[in-house]
Write a protein that binds this ligand. Structure first.
Ligand code: NAD
Ligand code: UFG
Length: 349
């Protein structure tokens, strides 16, 4: 019998790609999302992409903090596991509105964990972030590195990681996998689902994509005096479909009864500079990206990339795509959906 997975935040960027991989992998998925930073069009498109398996998806527009609504969803279905993506994620916004972040991310998670426990579902995969490594002393970052948070968003990730570790210590029935994502980019190769940020994008590739389609005049390159190959910041970009597959690998690992609380990096292990990423995108799209060199963005880290050994050995998962495919698929999504899910209707074929 196929397994039932509850996916919080499943209408969002990483969530929608993961839900598609779940359906294609034979799982049944129930999505809970308040659509604060997403669109129900993403859910419709996932359903279409999954073809005959699309019937195994259901969606509830519910806020995680709405305990009684969540309770009803758990009462209807016995879940084998939960993948918890739902949360706010804009670093700058978290600095200006910390209570919004603590309320949404922490209270949402606590209500979810309490409801799971009440219904005897104690298997969880949680979206953590490489942000918990702060400014790492060296690279690649291994899962054992000391943890630090430098902004309220990062603190919500650290707090939730700690809550999960405490929970597993208190009750051996809990099995939790914390996935620390590096920099997810790209889109599904169909160009049918992708990242659709509200307002001006904060992250590099959504911004580059908007420059390419003429929604922004130029990319501001934050800092050119870092001690890196070309002076710009270096990150570990990972194709969102590889990242989605990492969640399927984590779900498989959850069936091992002795895992308690485990943490895995999901990255490629390769560092790419801002200028290298822009060059790869220009090549993939044939579009020129005008650049304006400006000062460093406050709080930015110089170089971050993952050690991927633990995930490779224990999850049997490894990223398959390189930056060429990431940029190709990012451009395919952007050119077909210049205004994201608000673009005119797109036919799947
Ligand atoms: P996203 O904003 O596209 O998706 C998050 C989804 O959660 C959205 O659809 C939003 O509407 C929903 N949501 C937020 N608060 C909710 C609540 N209280 N109740 C119900 N739904 C709620 O973001 P994403 O990029 O897909 O990120 C998913 C997760 O991965 C987040 O937890 C994020 O912090 C984490 N993460 C993202 C990145 C990244 O660069 N994208 C990196 C590391 C970690
Ligand atoms: N950058 C620019 N111009 C821009 C945007 C970004 O030059 O307009 C540069 C940044 O300075 C950095 C690189 O591009 O060197 C990547 O920046 P992103 O904002 O895309 O990604 P970050 O690594 O800074 O942060 C992201 C998420 C965080 C998360 C972190 C680790 O935004 O939430 O990855 O997972 F914590």
């Amino acid at each position: 019998m196929s397994k039932n997975v509850l996916v919080t935040g499943g209408a969002g960027y990483i969530g929608s790609h993961t839900v598609l991989q779940l359906l294609l992998g034979g799982y049944r998925a129930v999505v809970v999302d308040n659509l604060d930073n997403s669109s129900d069009v993403a859910i419709e498109r996932v359903e279409e992409l999954a073809a005959e398996l699309g019937g195994n998806l259901s969606f509830h527009q519910v806020d995680l903090r709405d305990r009684s609504a969540l309770e009803k969803i758990f009462a209807q279905t016995k879940f084998d596991a939960v993948i918890h993506f739902a949360g706010l994620k804009a670093v700058g916004e978290s600095v200006h509105q910390p209570l919004l972040y603590y309320d949404n991310n922490l209270i949402g998670t606590i209500v979810l964990l309490e409801t799971m426990a009440a219904h005897g579902c104690k298997n969880l995969v949680f979206s953590s972030s490489a942000t918990v490594y702060g400014w790492p002393k060296e690279v690649p970052c291994t899962e054992e590195f000391p943890l630090a948070a430098v902004n309220p968003y990062g603190r919500t990730k650290l707090f939730i990681e700690d809550i999960c570790r405490d929970l597993c210590r208190s009750d051996s029935e809990w099995n939790i996998i914390l996935l620390r994502y590096f920099n997810p980019v790209g889109a599904h190769p169909s160009g049918y689902i992708g990242e659709d940020p509200r307002g001006t994008p904060n992250n590099l590739m959504p911004f580059v994509q908007q420059v390419a389609i003429g929604r922004q005049p130029a990319l501001k390159v934050f800092g050119n005096d870092y001690s890196t190959k070309d002076g710009t910041g270096v990150r570990d970009y990972i194709h969102v479909v590889d990242l989605a597959d990492g969640h399927i690998a984590a779900l498989r690992k959850l069936s091992d009864p002795n895992i308690s609380c485990e943490v895995y990096n999901l990255g490629t292990g390769k560092g790419t500079s801002v200028l290298e990423m822009v060059a790869a995108f220009e090549k993939a799209s044939g579009q020129k990206i005008p650049l304006i060199k400006v000062g460093r963005r406050p709080g930015d880290v110089e170089v971050v990339y993952a050690s991927t050994k633990k995930a490779e050995h224990e999850l049997n998962w490894k990223a398959k795509f390189g930056i060429e495919e990431m940029c190709r698929d990012q451009w395919n999504w952007a050119s077909k959906n210049p205004y994201g899910y608000r673009s005119p209707n797109l036919n799947l074929n």
